[in-house]
Design a protein around this ligand. Structure first.
Ligand code: NYM
Ligand code: MG
Length: 188
């Protein structure tokens, strides 16, 4: 195992797709299978920056669009040294949202045609309505055209168990494929 690095596995998607459930299940399954794996999520609401983000999302605080965008970004950057250290140590990171959510959610604000959104079965945080989520999805599809990022599309309407099996098998394959590759950059 010496010198093997961990894989960076990111689950992205609209709200309510089941990412958090799948991330938890995946980390547990990888650990049960003898891998070293840790769970991360963004926004990580426990830091000072994360608390600002959380109060923005809960509509307790108003922030200008660029400002909140940069806070989401800063919230990822403040974790990058730790993430790199873990990956170098051979720990696979399962990440519940990353920079792609940053792009998809911010650009969805620019795409928004009007406020006359029918409310779906979402929570009460900012962005949690079906017309906004539709824009987010369009943004994700756009980002997925970048083939240098090893995207796999999951059908979130499948059962938790079926999805878990699929995701686990992709993750295990990815861990093998990247273990002797150097860490790259998301975007160059
Ligand atoms: N979100 C998340 C963004 O708008 N930009 C970002 O960079 C990230 C990481 O935060 N609706 C949005 C997407 C979600 C919200 O995330 C809270 P979660 O996964 O529901 O805690
Ligand atoms: Mg949410």
């Amino acid at each position: 195992m010496a010198g093997r690095r961990g894989a960076l596995i990111v689950l992205e998607g609209a709200d309510r797709a089941g990412k958090s459930t799948q991330c938890r299940r995946l980390v547990q399954a990888l650990r049960d299978g003898g891998h070293r794996a840790d769970l991360l999520r963004f926004p990580e609401r426990t830091t000072e920056i994360g608390q600002l983000i959380s109060s923005y999302l809960m509509k307790e605080k108003d922030l200008e669009d660029h400002t909140i965008h940069l806070l989401f970004s800063a919230n990822r950057w403040e974790h990058v040294p730790l993430m790199k250290e873990k990956l170098h140590q051979g720990i696979t990171l399962v990440v519940d949202r990353y920079a792609f959510s940053g792009v998809a959610f911010t650009s969805a604000k620019e795409l928004r045609p009007d406020e006359a959104a029918g409310r779906g079965d979402f929570g009460s945080e900012r962005y949690e309505n079906s017309s906004f989520q539709e824009k987010v999805l369009q943004s994700f599809y756009h980002l997925m055209k970048d083939e240098t990022l090893n995207w796999k599309t999951m059908d979130a309407s499948k059962t938790i168990e079926d999805l878990h099996r699929e995701i686990k098998s992709i993750a295990e394959k990815t861990i093998q494929e990247v273990h002797n590759k150097p860490l790259g950059e998301l975007w160059k």
